[in-house]
Design a protein around this ligand. Sequence first.
Ligand code: GLN
Length: 556
Amino acid sequence: MVKNLNYVLYLPCRLKGMVNYIIITGGVISGLGKGITTACIGKILQLHGYKVTAMKIDPYMNCDAGTLRPTEHGEVWVTEDGGEIDQDLGHYERFLDINIPKYHNITTGQVYGKVIEKERKGKYLGKTVQPIPHVTDEIKNRIRRPSNENSWDFVMVEIGGTVGDYENVLFLEAVRQMKLEGDSVQYLHVTYVPVLDTLGEAKTKPTQHSVKLLREIGIQPDFIITRSEEPLDNVRREKIAMFCNVHEEDVISDSNIDNVYAVTLLFEKQNLCAKILKKLNIRKSHNGLQNWEKFIKKIRTLKNPVKIGIVGKYFDIGTSQLSDSYISVIEAVKHASWNNNLKPDIRWIDSKIFEKNPKKLSTLDKLDGIIVPGGFGLSGIQGKIDTIRYSREHGIPYLGLCLGMQLAVVEYAQNVCCIENSHSREVDKKIPHPVIDFIPDQVKIVQESRYGATMRLGAYPALLKKGSLVHKLYGQNKVYERHRHRYEVNPEYVERLEKSGLVFSGRSPDGILMEFMEIPEHPYFVATQAHPEFKSRPLKPAPLFDGLIKAAKKKK
Ligand code: GLN
């Protein structure tokens, strides 16, 4: 009976086609995990039965994240439709288990580009083109586009940067106008509550100031999410509520936790979903959290470790180490480890250390599996090739991703086929035997320095070789994985490589581009030109990662 009542109350919102926007802003400092917060709230709403998607606004001038250095801005996320996007879109896809199109990432560069293009075409009919209303109108159009094209119940909109930044003011102004114009909008502000060592006391003043700035812009937050080391106590909660003009129960504590996927439960415990729905006059339709809770419980109890080394180079920025550059690879290792009831123990290894001291290669023996992920440019290349050789010769399970496949081919050509002077064209433009060469249409693009959004990007099909390990792992003849590269295995060397025992176990449908490779007599030596890490989900690991962990488990 009660169930039916809930259904009836829930239905009108759907029938009206009303979309609800949850706007997430940040305050005090960057790096608070707004992306995770956005993904987690979206996930809870989804588990309660609603159709949820998410968008990210990046206030930088770049048109997309494709030209950003990983140590500058973290990993570049690649969407199914070939967008090179901010890594937060990766969190949304992983949590919500949906494919998000590239237009869900809005940047200042895109917005201004469009406004200027329209002005040049005379589309503003003689008007003075101004930040308000013309730029803000363009922003609103872009935020409303997902719900114009699909029937979403909720669109999560994360605004990058922090309130008070010069560069996100127009985005904040645009979302302020949305409420005025009748959109159903809830504002969530994520802040930081620090504890000063000398006082041992949690301080709310930075939050108060941040909300003050937000209110000066005309946005009164509906909820305040406080990031802190320890759970927020009642004294601070009351203070934040009073000074920030919100109800006490709408101050949500987001304290440090062992696992990002568990943040959902932290919010659920504080009834955040129910509170959002109540403010929107929507009754909860159903609770589908059981499976998710079971998953979190399971990963918390795993004790048996699996040691996976990620041998890369985008780790250091100043004196600190950054794992964000490989976030999707790291998450994919976690998903596959959990699926095999193992606790992931991930080691980040800078390939350059093997170039300085080759003796250190023997430290790889301690690992149960090795990954060489994607990458660009010359530095660290030899260290990666030496790592690959070591895994091949010592039977350590190996997974190569994009550059990790290209270098596996180079290593095989040099050390097994003994093709002298062979390498990748990316490393040596004049190499006599370019076993890895430009994809033909890339030559002109690079000559003309047209670097933005011109790689081979997004999902492409590959046909898998029957009887191969890769075919067995996927259990399908045709697979779609996401790509981001300018170079490929040179078709002229394929026969020679295969004659020496290397198997290309997946190719593009026209047979020209090598998409997957393996070495059959090795316990697990698999590589792909694609980035399967982008399709790994917490409850659905990517097959090649799953295969790596299974082989690693055997090695243990
Ligand atoms: N740099 C290589 C290429 O452009 C590999 C790219 C990658 O690893 N994503 O082809």
